[in-house]
Design a protein around this ligand. Structure first.
Ligand code: ATP
Length: 267
C-alpha cells in the first residue's frame, strides 16, 4: 500500500505536518513520549489563538533578536521538541547571529544529547554544545535536569529557549539571566517567568525570527537598545489573553455559547 500523505486541501494541513515532524523526531530518538504530549498542550493554545503569528508575538520576536544582538554571551537552548520541529530555523538563526546552541534536556540521556547534536550539525550548525563540554549545574534544579555546559548556558547572560517547563525558566531567572521563551500557553509558568514571552508556535516564530534577524543585523546599537527598552512583556501577555477572550466572544456571537447560570454549575 502507498504511504499515507496528508492532502494539502486538509483544513489542518500545517498542524498535521508539524505533528508528523514531531513523530519523525520521536522515531529518530530526539523526542521523548512526554514531548509528544507537551505538543498537544501547545496545539490546544494555538487553536484558541487562531493559529497565526499575532502582532504581540512579532513585538516579542523583535525584542528577542535585538537582545541576542546586544548580549555579551547569548545562547539558544534546544530540547528534543524544538530540534525536531524547528531544527532548520534554529541552525539558520544561530549561524546568522553567531549565537551558539546548547542541547539541554529535561529528560536527559547522553545518548539523546548526542543524537540531537548530530542532527543539528548535519543541518549545518557551526556551534553546538552539549556532549563535549565541561559540565556544571544550574542551582535549584535537581539531578540530571540541571546539567549545563560551563561555557554555555551556565555563563550566558541571555537565553532563548522554547517548549520548556517553568522550573528551568525560573532557575535561569534566579541566576540573573535574561530569558526569552517561545511558548503558546500564556498561562504557563514559563510564559509568566520569562523576560520576553513569544506566544506563538515555535516553527512559525523562528521563521519570523530569521526575517527579523536579517533586518536587525543592519541596525545601530542604540536602535537595538531602544527596541529592548520599549518592550513591555506584561502588555504582550495581556494581548494574548485578550485575543483568547475575543475568540470566545466571536464563538458566542455565532451562537456557539449557550448561556446558563453559574448556579446550575455550582449546584
Ligand atoms: P510550565 O511548567 O511553564 O507551566 P508546562 O508544564 O505546560 O509549562 P511542559 O509540559 O514542559 O510545560 O510544556 C511545554 C510548553 O510548551 C507548554 O506550555 C506548551 O503550551 C508549549 N508548546 C508545546 N508545543 C509548542 C510549540 N510547537 N510551539 C510553542 N509552544 C509549544
Amino acid at each position: 500500500m502507498d504511504e499515507f500523505k496528508i492532502p494539502k486541501s486538509h483544513p489542518r494541513y500545517h498542524s498535521l505536518l508539524i505533528r508528523e515532524k514531531l513523530v519523525e523526531g520521536f522515531k529518530k530518538g530526539m523526542v521523548v513520549p512526554e514531548g509528544l504530549i507537551a505538543h498537544g498542550r501547545g496545539e490546544a493554545f494555538d487553536y484558541l489563538l487562531g493559529e497565526k503569528t499575532h502582532e504581540f508575538a512579532i513585538a516579542s520576536i523583535k525584542a528577542t533578536i535585538a537582545s541576542l544582538l546586544l548580549a555579551k554571551s547569548p545562547i539558544i537552548s534546544v530540547n528534543g521538541n524544538l530540534a525536531a520541529l524547528a531544527g532548520e530555523q534554529i541552525v539558520e538563526l544561530s549561524n546568522l547571529l553567531e549565537v551558539p546552541i546548547e542541547v539541554n534536556l529535561f529528560y536527559r540521556t547522553e545518548e539523546r544529547i548526542r543524537v540531537i547534536e548530530r542532527y543539528l550539525k548535519d543541518l549545518g550548525a557551526r556551534n553546538v554544545l552539549g556532549s563535549d563540554c565541561k559540565k556544571t549545574f544550574i542551582p535549584g534544579l535537581e539531578s540530571s535536569r540541571g546539567i549545563v555546559c560551563l561555557n554555555g548556558i551556565y555563563s550566558a547572560d541571555f537565553v532563548l529557549l522554547g517548549i520548556e517547563d517553568g522550573d528551568r525558566t525560573e532557575a535561569l531567572r534566579r541566576m540573573g539571566k535574561k530569558v526569552a521563551a517561545i511558548d503558546l500557553n500564556p498561562f504557563s509558568r514559563t510564559a509568566q517567568m520569562a523576560n520576553i514571552t513569544i506566544i506563538d508556535e515555535a516553527t512559525r516564530a523562528l521563521s519570523k525570527a530569521i526575517e527579523v534577524a536579517k533586518e536587525f543585523k543592519k541596525l545601530e546599537r542604540d536602535e537595538l537598545e531602544n527596541i529592548v527598552k520599549n518592550y513591555d512583556n506584561r502588555r504582550v501577555l495581556s494581548e494574548a489573553f485578550k485575543t483568547i477572550l475575543q475568540r470566545l466572544e466571536d464563538a458566542k456571537r455565532r451562537g456557539l455559547l449557550i448561556s446558563f447560570s453559574t448556579h446550575s454549575i455550582t449546584k
